[in-house]
Design a protein around this ligand. Structure first.
Ligand code: RFL
Length: 389
């Protein structure tokens, strides 16, 4: 088989890329290792930045997002028995975030792709890339236990942190910068209405906690836990008692539908291109969920990369494509900085000193009392602009 753009991975990055290319007449095929049902039902992120919303709307897949997405006016911080609200709409020129689940977004993209005949090959595991030093690299994948190959003009790795694309870049190890945080997040999906439609971040002597709505009767909670925690370390009652202590959830307990322990890391591969292989989204970078940036950062990459590919195929101009790594990394590092800042401000390091705690408290006091700090926070949370050159 042959295509112009071979995409590995049917997550938000791969699906959005295929859609934006299709809209301009560029052909692509997505190779996805999981079943369609699994991909459609994966519960993950739930917050879209204004910049992500704008791009999705312009791609023609935004009807449900427009109808069902819930505009958040801001974010709550529960801290020191007080509730502080930061109003993005007021502070950030009406730019804000929208609650719309990654699961719903992925479903919208797959539905539209299928309506338009875009090819997504599910249950097809990409195994290796060959001929990367030629202008026709080949992607080898396994489907029904049979090896198949796809000859491409470009291969785009949108295959997440554990995919094959980043590790196919020579010197990827030397180019990868990583920070492992000394704590993890216990995440639960609860069959109960949110305490607030807006996100709540809690700062508490027991550690950070977060509430994020996933629907009118579906809420995601996170709380900081030690790195050696397993899902069995906490019973449902203990989870609710801890969330109650940190966030106040007495009247909103529900059945816990899913539990996960997420180790926290920031990782960036500083090289997003090798000849005709490009990487984007979680395959190129990872952030802790604290700032709700993972999916948004993936969308930001695709905004730049899709324009570069369209310029190449439609306008015969490869300048933007060749500058993808440089342009995308500038924004990626700023997003990584914001996620790191939120994480280190709200989480308690097990080795933290009294001085560290005072710094966190002063940071929060400043955030709640300074117009400049509120403006800067809101600008980052609602999404930095995506530069395309
Ligand atoms: P994805 O969504 O991980 O998609 C990658 C796709 O590639 C497929 N794949 C392969 N296909 C073929 N061959 C191979 N060899 C392949 N290897 C992998 C995978 O099956 C998958 O379909 O990456 P993408 O598109 O870059 O999107 C990024 C976002 O998904 C991610 O940043 C966020 O979901 C991060 N994240 C969260 N972010 C939040 O803001 N809030 C959250 O609550 C939140 N929860 C999460 C998360 C990420 C998680 N993962 C990745 C560990 C919870 C989890 C469990």
């Amino acid at each position: 088989m042959k295509t112009q753009v071979g995409i590995i991975g049917a997550g938000p990055a791969g699906l959005l890329l295929a859609r934006l290319l299709y809209n301009k007449g560029v052909n692509s095929i997505i190779i996805e290792k999981e079943t369609e049902n699994y991909v459609r039902n994966r519960d993950r992120a739930g917050i879209l930045e204004q910049t992500s919303v704008d791009l999705i709307m312009s791609s023609g897949v935004g009807d449900n997002l427009k109808k069902e997405g819930l505009v958040h006016s801001g974010i709550f911080f529960h801290y020191n028995k007080n509730k502080h609200f930061i109003n993005f709409l007021e502070a950030n020129n009406k730019k804000t975030v929208v609650a719309y689940t990654q699961k719903a977004l992925v479903g919208d993209f797959i539905n539209k792709a299928q309506d338009d005949g875009l090819e997504i090959i599910f249950e097809a595991k990409a195994e290796r890339i060959e001929d990367l030093d030629t202008i026709k690299p080949k992607l080898f994948y396994k489907k029904n236990n049979k090896e198949q190959s796809l000859e491409c003009d470009f291969i785009i790795g949108c295959d997440g942190f554990h995919g094959i694309s980043r590790v196919s870049i020579p010197n990827h190890k030397e180019e990868t910068i990583e920070k492992i945080f000394p704590y993890s997040l216990y995440g639960v999906l609860s069959d109960s209405p949110p305490i607030s439609e807006n996100i709540i971040c809690g700062y508490h002597p027991n550690g950070c906690s977060i509430q994020s709505m996933r629907g009118a009767h579906l809420t995601k909670f996170y709380f900081q836990c030690p790195n050696d925690t397993t899902t069995d370390s906490w019973s449902d009652d203990e989870i609710w008692d801890e969330l109650d202590l940190r966030l106040g959830v007495k009247n909103t307990r529900g059945d816990i539908l899913d539990k996960k322990v997420i180790p926290l890391r920031s990782m960036v591969c500083n090289k997003l291109q090798h000849n005709r292989l490009f990487i984007a989204g979680d395959s190129a970078h990872i952030v802790p969920p604290t700032g709700a940036k993972g999916m948004n950062c993936a969308i930001g990459d695709i905004s730049v990369l899709s324009k570069g590919l369209i310029d190449y195929f439609i306008n015969n101009d490869e300048e933007l494509l060749n500058n993808y790594s440089k342009i995308a990394l500038k924004r990626i590092w700023k997003v990584v900085r914001f996620s790191w800042w939120m994480t280190t401000t709200l989480f308690l390091d097990p080795k933290q000193s009294q001085f560290d705690t005072q710094m966190q408290l002063a940071t929060l006091d400043y955030l709640f009392s300074s117009e400049a700090a509120i403006k800067s926070f809101s600008e980052n949370y609602a999404g930095l602009p995506i530069e395309n050159q």
